[in-house]
Design a protein around this ligand. Structure first.
Ligand code: COA
Length: 143
């Protein structure tokens, strides 16, 4: 297993195969948009097994105030083996000078456990330093 930060050295179709493997069809149905997102991402990591892309992470940051984790995905055959942790720890280390690390995630137990195990706190659970997270999404009626 190899982790690289130069995603442009890899055939982008292999990245699409990874997004396909976790069913993220909103991305795979529109490869040009995903490519644009990659091009504008501050830090990308890919995990390679042979010539297959089995994991990816995309972080967006201003290098000072905010490190936002946009995507992290591991091919299901390679999940629960510590690879997601490895990628996210690498990104947290890359942005260790940054004050706030954020992620917006689905309300699923396995994702909550994953982020909690890496030191993230759900703002809903905070008592001593109460915070709220607000979100607005284009084209989505949030209620
Ligand atoms: C979420 C995801 C990235 C985790 O990656 P992973 O490589 O399977 O996770 P790891 O093996 O590194 O697990 C790290 C920790 O997360 C937790 N965890 C991960 N998967 C879990 C699961 N299915 N159930 C419970 N806890 C889980 C464990 O607490 C684990 O702790 P440990 O290191 O002490 O064992 C992976 O499941 C995935 O790609 N899912 C599909 C895409 C997705 O939902 N991405 C997140 C979008 S917000």
């Amino acid at each position: 297993m190899k982790i690289i930060d130069n995603w442009k050295s890899i055939d982008f179709k292999k990245v699409l195969d990874l997004y396909d493997s976790v069913g993220w069809s909103a991305y795979t149905n529109d490869p040009d948009t995903l490519l644009k997102a990659f091009e504008n991402t501050t830090y990308v990591l890919l995990a390679l097994e042979g010539d297959k892309v089995v994991g990816a992470l995309r972080s967006v940051s201003d290098e000072v105030s905010i490190h936002y984790l946009q995507d992290i995905l591991i091919n299901p055959e390679f999940q629960k083996k510590g690879l997601g942790r490895k990628l996210l720890e690498k990104s947290l280390d890359r942005f260790k000078e940054v004050r706030t690390h954020m992620i917006l995630t689905d309300d699923e137990e396995k994702q909550l456990l994953f982020y909690q195990s890496l030191g993230y706190k759900n703002t809903k659970s905070l008592k001593d330093i109460p915070l709220n997270t607000f979100v607005k999404m284009n084209g989505v009626e949030l209620s």
